[in-house]
Design a protein around this ligand. Structure first.
Ligand SMILES: [Zn+2]
Length: 168
């Protein structure tokens, strides 16, 4: 028998990894979620869950976070914030979604982007990294309210932050 022909054709030159450049976009980064918030109308968003009526500069409705019969839940189109005079909950559009749906920050951002027809680039970061970024974000944006809820995670985060330890 002749030399068995190789079943495998020799590689003609080295195959390149087809230019797979890793763009490590950390979504939601600060700029990206503020870009999202800038394009989202909180009145429109909240209006999908709560019946709102215009009252002065704000919109009022029955608070979805505590039982009530007269509206003490207000949404400010100018500030893009919601605030409940009954239970004290307040925050921005992302905060509303988190509160209303019980989703994490990252999930809420994705959901919000989807609801408003925005493309959400998938990032390459691990869930842990994203959670950490989310915590950071929460700290910056909805400090007052999230502080209570995410108190434990937040404090844990602070404990690990060298800056926090230099506080007197
Ligand atoms: Zn309330």
């Amino acid at each position: 028998m002749a030399w068995p022909p190789s079943r495998h054709k020799p590689l003609a030159g080295r195959r390149r990894q087809c230019g797979s450049s890793y763009n490590r976009i950390l979504w939601p980064s600060r700029s990206r979620s503020s870009e999202l918030l800038a394009r989202v109308d909180i009145v429109e968003l909240v209006g999908r869950y709560v019946q709102l009526k215009k009252g002065g500069a704000n919109f009022m409705g029955l608070c979805p976070f505590h039982g009530e019969k007269s509206p003490s839940f207000s949404v400010s189109p100018s500030k893009q914030f919601f605030h409940c005079f009954g239970c004290g909950k307040h925050g921005d559009a992302i905060g509303f979604l988190m509160e209303h749906s019980g989703m994490s920050f990252v999930e809420s951002v994705h959901d919000l982007a989807q609801q408003f027809g925005m493309q959400v680039p998938e990032d390459e970061s691990s869930p842990q990294e994203r959670e950490r970024a989310a915590l950071q974000r929460q700290k910056q944006v909805t400090l007052s309210d999230v502080q209570e809820k995410a108190g434990q995670a937040y404090r844990l985060h602070l404990k690990n932050s060298p800056r926090a330890n230099s506080r007197t």
